[in-house]
Design a protein around this ligand. Sequence first.
Ligand SMILES: Nc1ncnc2c1ncn2[C@@H]1O[C@H](COP(=O)(O)OP(=O)(O)O)[C@@H](O)[C@H]1O
Ligand SMILES: [Mg+2]
Length: 226
Amino acid sequence: MHIRFDQAELRFGDRVALQPLSLSLTELRIGVIGLNGSGKTSFARLIAGLAKPTAGTVTLDGLDTVADEKAARAKTGFIFQNPGHQIILPVIREDIALGPKSRGLPATEVERLVEDALARFGIGDLAARRPHELSGGELQLAALAAVSVNRPEVVIFDEPTNQLDLKNRAKVKAAIEGLGEQAIVISHDLELGADFSRVLVFHEGALVFDGGGQDAVARYREIAGC
Ligand SMILES: Nc1ncnc2c1ncn2[C@@H]1O[C@H](COP(=O)(O)OP(=O)(O)O)[C@@H](O)[C@H]1O
Ligand SMILES: [Mg+2]
């Protein structure tokens, strides 16, 4: 999918979360790094239509995230930094079924899609569980199943491996690597994006580097002073 920012800006009153940005993204894997407060989540929320640019435009394959809000949003899936907040139904299986059900699909088709999504991310054993019983890594995978069942063209991950132990980190990393969809991955986990061919580095609301993963990590280290 072609994601395009045209002088898109996001501000909250006097505070500039993202300075006017023009950018074109088409790669299958795109990394986003930067210090806390550098504008990464703001950038991601603009793509997903969860925030509206206060100036300029953001388009997905030509669809404007404001003027064509519904069609544009259908192209994206967003995994929140705390995915526990996006699993809204009491049981994982029901939560994954929510999207297909709301599209009015027949019950048998909903069931098939849910089973596919559970199998795809290897979480069949979590289907009957409640979100508060799951570990951080399990929640990430459950949220990913609930998002991917809606067939988004791009999936956006906001710091997916934060607070995960090594084992869960490996699981989530493998799930992202195996994803057929385009993915935008915001992360402080330098391993996660280092192999991506395109990584964006944000600093104080501005894009300060746009290039290969290794060079992006070097730039990020320079900014962080370590
Ligand atoms: N809803 C909001 N209201 C006011 N300021 C915000 C809001 N969301 C983000 N900001 C500010 O915008 C800047 C960028 O935030 P954010 O995009 O969340 O950064 P990051 O994800 O890189 O940590 C920060 O200074 C943050 O305080
Ligand atoms: Mg953030």
